[in-house]
Design a protein around this ligand. Sequence first.
Ligand SMILES: [Zn+2]
Length: 347
Amino acid sequence: MPRFDPTEFGRLLARLSPQELRQVEGMVAEARERAEAVLEINARADVGGAAAACPRCGGGERIRWGRTRTGAQRWSCSGCGATWSGRSGTPLARVHRRDLVVALARDMIEAPQPMSCRRAAEVLGTSRHSVWRWRMTIIGALTPEPESTLAGIVEADEAHQRESRKASREWVRHRCDPANTPAPPRLRWEDYRRRGAASRTPPGGWRAWEKKPLAATDRAGHRAVEAIADAGQVAISGALLPVMAPDAVLCTDGHITYEAIAQDERIPHFVFVAGRRSKLTPRSHHINTVNALIGRFRAFMQTFCGPASKNLAAYGRWHAARDNADRSYRDVLRKLLASGHPTNTVC
Ligand SMILES: [Zn+2]
């Protein structure tokens, strides 16, 4: 391969037409994605990284052993002779087109509206099943916000999502074997809203089938959206208190649960019933930021047509990662590499 000469390259660029330049821009972006992924992978196997020691015998003595097909540094153990690279033992270990995974991660975090699985499969030139599997692996690797991330004025409220069992086989199994498989506790949602049918409500009312992810935000652009089991004090304080700095103040809609949490933890608490302030509340305190976050979360979720509730925690963290001011797709890539090898239950 000839040596890279920047002057010669610059001269070549100067001769290109606008159309050719656009082509080059696309090629450079693609190469950059590949290079950034290789940098992250190599960083994992650097001294002090998670993959610095031999994965077979745990020995620290190693020598460089060429590069992998994708350009990452390969290492060889001096003790047992095993070879490995920074992506061994990660979800990217057996992925042939990891550049496509990087492109998908970038779209998921940085695009104004992430592509659907089918659209992403078309754009990336791969199967929609691969895209779905990669997507679930990426969002499964997202962890809750670090402790005490939300500082200053913290606003918290619950979002409302209808319970969903998308892709569940419950009804199919029940119809195949009604004697041994009980019927699901409710009909499919579309059966309650069928046009022309008498209006019906699911057992226990609509409210009984709502999932309430907790959304919290501060004024510095940190977000947290966490799925909670119910709107009780234990669940909400379990999700909210770890991410809140101990000296933060809390603004909420005044739900009795938040009152109890604030009283128990001695947190300064400002209440906005239906978003309204009292005369004594400072103008700097409001719950508009969290309401906007919930609005964006609702719009974000709408595009997925009611994803299964078992994935709600993952979708919440995905949206928080997208909305977080100091989060980039490289953080997500780092989390993905640190998350260990995926199990078959991911998809
Ligand atoms: Zn070894």
